[in-house]
Design a protein around this ligand. Structure first.
Ligand code: PNS
Length: 166
């Protein structure tokens, strides 16, 4: 009987949302170890720096024992191989996510045989939560407290003020 594998939970986490956090908690119960791998976005222009995103995930997951928080650049399958992991964990909110995840899962399996993508259905309260919408709403002065941890709301406010003052 194989033991529960190590899973990589990759993403941009710009910023971490309650939806991400829900998946991290659920993933940490399913797998022996979960590695949250934050993409150092070379072509996108993230709102938060990689260090800020790492710090937010670390702070929100401080009470989870079997977790590692890391960053990566380059191919995800190569990163997973370096971490000795064969599972990629992703969340599915709806059909639009499904199309994207199916494509990425197929490409990743072409790139590295044996890599498996495991998708968890988003929990009902998080079905419409995305980092993109959170940034949009916060940027327009809306309340994002239902979508992200309280300390992320504060950091979003500070970041947007910092940007406004430039
Ligand atoms: O949070 P996101 O933006 O949905 O995460 C996307 C991510 C990081 C999983 C994806 O962009 C990725 O794996 N990037 C690494 C580059 C790569 O391996 N590309 C080929 C596989 S599709």
């Amino acid at each position: 009987m194989p033991s529960a594998p190590v899973a990589i939970f990759p993403g941009s986490f710009d910023p971490l949302t309650n939806g991400h956090l829900d998946l991290i908690v659920r993933g940490s119960r399913l797998f022996s170890r979960i590695v949250v791998a934050i993409l150092v976005n070379a072509d996108k222009r993230p709102l938060f720096t990689i260090d800020e995103r790492l710090a937010m995930v670390r702070e929100a997951t401080a009470d989870i024992a079997n977790i590692e928080i890391d960053s990566f650049s380059g191919l995800l399958v190569e990163y997973a191989a370096r971490k000795d992991a064969n599972v990629l964990l992703r969340g599915l909110r709806g059909i639009a996510d499904y199309e994207i995840e199916r494509e990425m899962a197929a490409i990743n399996r072409r790139l590295r045989a044996g890599i498996e993508t495991v998708c968890l259905m988003a929990s009902e309260p998080h079905l419409y939560v995305s980092s993109r919408r959170v940034k949009e709403i916060a940027g327009l002065g809306g309340d994002v407290s239902g979508f992200v941890p309280a300390f992320v709301t504060k950091r979003l406010r500070a970041k947007l003020q910092e940007k406004d003052s430039i």
